[in-house]
Design a protein around this ligand. Structure first.
Ligand code: ADP
Ligand code: MG
Length: 312
């Protein structure tokens, strides 16, 4: 049987913030993932990493601050650490959940690097906030190191980095090989580690990639049938949070473009999901994207809930 291929994006809600929270959340996420596998899907799973990478970054910097013989870890290294930290919990939770259902499949995490363009406009205009809040003195120190910071009202200062577009996935052949072998793959966590190609050398970039964007690219490169974005809301809305809020069951790509232009989707949260869905669905005939809440993934796929994005 030719199984349907899908990329699943797990949002921040699927992972919690602290380590104990992450353990519980990963366990719950694993149940939804196992539902999809039981439903016959071949999956590549990706996930967000904002609180986790923030924690790792802070921990590494504090450590280096206290121990002058060590240096602080760059963003790219922290991002790699976060893929291991989250992937470890996710792969074990999914493995266990599958075994409990009598399914034996290897689940593994691929440390994933994502090529970005050094001339990407985003590098001239960093705007993605990362890490903990700092006071003015710390912020000035960051600027001296060549990093960008921004003032956050009532909170202090925070580092900002560029969010360039993902161009290619270095480990895509490994991801495809595992998928072709019928295994479950966790890849491109936290948007992947952004890298700049310098001949044969890959240089970690001081940036973060939007996980929804990298999920669309992964889905394109494995030629998936479905892009499943599991987030904190059950459906996408027009006039979100307003009196005339309207939840959508389905939206064509033409409608999605119009709604984007009208500003219905918040930048940095819903907008990148809609952009990812449109790009993926328009890639070829027969694809569709689903945005729904983690617990209702299978219901969403069966048309009972969620917002479906289709070509048209
Ligand atoms: P994730 O970690 O899953 O990517 P985000 O917080 O980035 O989560 O994005 C999901 C959030 O987008 C929702 O919790 C919701 O508050 C927000 N959102 C913004 N615009 C809309 C909209 N038009 N419809 C539904 N949710 C929206
Ligand atoms: Mg998000």
């Amino acid at each position: 049987m030719n199984k349907k291929k899908a990329v699943v994006a797990l949002g921040h809600k699927a992972l919690g913030i602290t380590l104990p929270e992450q353990k519980i959340a990963a366990h719950e996420a694993a149940a939804s993932i196992a539902d999809l596998i039981e439903d016959g899907y071949q999956l590549v799973i990706s996930h967000s990493n904002a609180p986790q990478v923030g924690m790792i970054h802070t921990a590494m910097n504090e450590f280096a601050g206290r121990h002058p013989e060590f240096t602080a870890a760059p963003m790219s290294v922290c991002s790699a650490m976060s893929q291991g930290y989250i992937g470890y919990d996710l792969q074990n939770s999914i493995r266990e959940e599958l075994l409990n259902r009598g399914i034996y499949k290897t689940v593994s995490t691929v440390l994933t690097q994502v090529k970005v363009d050094p001339y990407d406009e985003a590098f001239y205009n960093p705007e993605k906030k990362v890490g903990r809040y700092m006071d003015q003195e710390e912020a000035e120190l960051e600027e001296k190191k060549g990093n960008y910071v921004t003032e956050v009202p009532d909170k202090g200062y925070q580092r900002i980095v560029a969010a360039p577009k993902p161009r290619d996935i270095i480990e895509i052949d490994a991801i495809k090989a595992l998928l072709d072998a019928g295994q479950v793959v966790i890849a491109a966590g936290g948007g992947g580690i952004p890298v700049l190609a310098q001949r044969h050398h890959l240089k970690g970039a001081s940036a973060v990639i939007e996980k929804d964007a990298v999920c669309a690219l992964t889905a394109e490169l494995i030629d998936a049938d479905e892009l499943i974005i599991l987030t904190a809301v059950e459906k996408v809305a027009l006039n979100y949070g307003k009196e005339n809020e309207q939840w959508l069951d389905v939206m064509t790509t033409t409608e999605a473009r119009k709604y984007m232009e009208e500003g219905h989707f918040a930048a940095g949260s819903m907008l990148p999901k809609i952009e990812a869905a449109v790009e993926f669905v328009e890639g070829r005939e027969g694809r569709s994207a689903l945005i729904t809440i983690l617990e209702k993934a299978v219901d969403g796929l069966n048309g009972k809930t969620g917002t479906r994005i289709v070509k048209g």
